[in-house]
Design a protein around this ligand. Structure first.
Ligand SMILES: [Zn+2]
Length: 471
């Protein structure tokens, strides 16, 4: 929904993304997901007195890479702060984060929505540590501290989005960029990418910002859209009935598809931020930034454009560049084949569904050879698909499949001539019509031969031989 009763939403997003390091942000504990509760903890990530945290260089590098992938300026000097609050998943009583001097500022994400290019500004990205994980079983609350200290990049956008669709498209594109950059596995269901959405409403056309509410920890892109629309309706109805919107932190209820009150939003002062005394300022010099930039994998929008530039349909290019594993596979195919466009069509129709299901797939060379067979006129497109399917099922090359199952185009003149005679013999009326000058009736004979050859007769050769037959 774009507007409701004359009001529109103004949306900003905060995304927490777990950086793909092997160790935690400030200690050497494993950052791997899962394991027995509290099996990956030490005095540093649990905040015992006297513990000394030090920054994991890999977390720093991935945060810089995140900033570069999102077009940010990387600050030469950034610093860590302590954000104090009490919650059962935070044994330290404070979180190490970057409040005053974040690592990255002023980036942007550009994407297309309904054929229109949109840009959402990134205000800042800071490096921080994750908290533990709480789970409720009945009336019992259990705490697992394994996630305490896992490095996070918090990405804060400017309030540039104006609809649920736009917010969803933004998070989708952001997720794609982060996946291709290799900074995180971005699994929303495992919590390695989490979204808080800020929503306020204002009359359409007004420039005055409304009072915003924050909806915490939304764990799917679809729910982001639902939460935005639910808030648009709730806040607008509240204003129109004479009420006032309060600054609140809310949660999205996945069953009712509505947002619920959690707490009044804390003021910044409530966190009593202080400089983290144990970790020195982080210096990120230009040479280091350039070395990270040089190693940055190509980003999806660029790869998509390259595919379009060689004639691949826009929707296929988008699908191929939806996941790194698909794009990387197709890259290998592209290098091997003389017909990348056909290879892309075959990839989209036959291979991508298999890869998406996580099933075993043919090597890229097989797909390349299959497209080559089509380009050389050895198989038609239907047989190309069939031989690829058989290749998947039987683990043989498409060429062997075409040979074994008789899928090659028929180019044998003698054989085709025999079939023409056969087709004529069973269509005497048509033959008479053709002889009487009704040229268009030739297509009946051509159809007959196609039937006799199971669709494999080479069409141009067949058409020439039929012409010759009636000369
Ligand atoms: Zn630790």
């Amino acid at each position: 929904m774009v507007s409701y009763k004359g009001y529109e939403p103004v949306i900003g997003v905060e995304v927490h993304v777990e950086l793909r390091t092997s160790e935690k942000a400030f200690c050497r504990c494993s950052a791997e997901y899962g394991g027995d509760p509290d099996s990956k903890c030490c005095p540093v990530c649990l905040g015992m007195p006297g513990a000394t945290p030090s920054l994991n260089p890999e977390a720093h590098r991935l945060a810089v890479l995140t900033g570069l992938a999102l077009g940010c300026k990387i600050e030469r000097v950034s610093r860590f702060d302590r954000k104090h609050y009490f919650y059962p998943d935070l044994p330290k009583g404070y979180q190490i984060t970057q409040f005053y001097d974040p690592l990255c500022r002023d980036g942007a994400v550009t994407f297309e929505l309904d054929g229109v290019r949109r840009t959402v500004g990134i205000e800042r990205i800071h490096l921080e540590e994750d908290a533990g994980k709480l789970s409720y079983k009945g009336d019992k609350l259990s705490i697992d501290n394994n996630r305490c200290g896992v490095p996070l990049a918090e990405i804060v956008t400017r309030p540039h989005m104006r609809s649920a669709d736009e917010a969803m498209a933004f998070v989708d594109e952001l997720r794609r960029i982060l996946l291709f950059a290799g900074v995180s596995d971005c699994k929303m269901n495992e919590g390695s990418l989490r979204c808080d959405v800020n929503v306020s409403v204002r009359p359409v056309g007004s420039e005055t910002p409304g009072v915003r509410c924050e909806i915490k920890n939304i764990n799917s892109i679809n729910f982001i859209g639902r939460a935005v629309d639910a808030e648009l309706v709730r806040q607008t109805d509240l204003i129109l009935s004479g009420g006032t919107v309060e600054v609140q932190t809310r949660r999205f209820n996945e069953d009712t598809l509505k947002t619920e009150y959690m707490r009044k939003k804390e003021k910044t002062a409530d966190y009593r931020y202080i400089r983290e005394p144990e970790i020195p300022a982080v210096i990120t010099d230009e040479a280091y930034v350039e070395s990270v930039r040089r190693e940055m994998p190509p980003l999806p929008a660029k790869r998509e454009e390259e595919l379009r530039n060689i004639g691949i349909k826009a929707e296929s290019a988008k699908l191929i560049c939806s996941l790194p594993k698909l794009a990387d596979y197709f890259d290998l195919v592209k290098k091997e084949t003389s017909d990348a466009v056909t290879a892309a069509n075959l990839f989209v129709s036959e291979i991508i569904p298999v890869m998406r299901r996580g099933e075993p797939c043919v090597p890229p060379e097989y797909l390349a050879r299959c497209a080559d067979m089509f380009a050389a006129g050895d198989v038609n497109i239907v047989s190309a698909r069939t031989s690829l399917r058989l290749s998947l099922e039987e683990g043989i090359s498409p060429h062997t499949a075409a040979e074994r199952h008789g899928l090659f185009v028929l180019k044998d003149e003698g054989l085709i001539k025999e079939m023409i005679e056969k087709a004529c013999a069973s269509n005497e009326k048509t033959v008479a019509q053709i002889r009487a000058g009704k040229v268009s009736a030739k297509k009946v004979i051509i159809g007959g031969v196609m039937k006799l050859s199971s669709g494999r007769a080479e069409p141009r050769l067949l058409s020439r031989l039929v012409d010759e037959f009636f000369e």
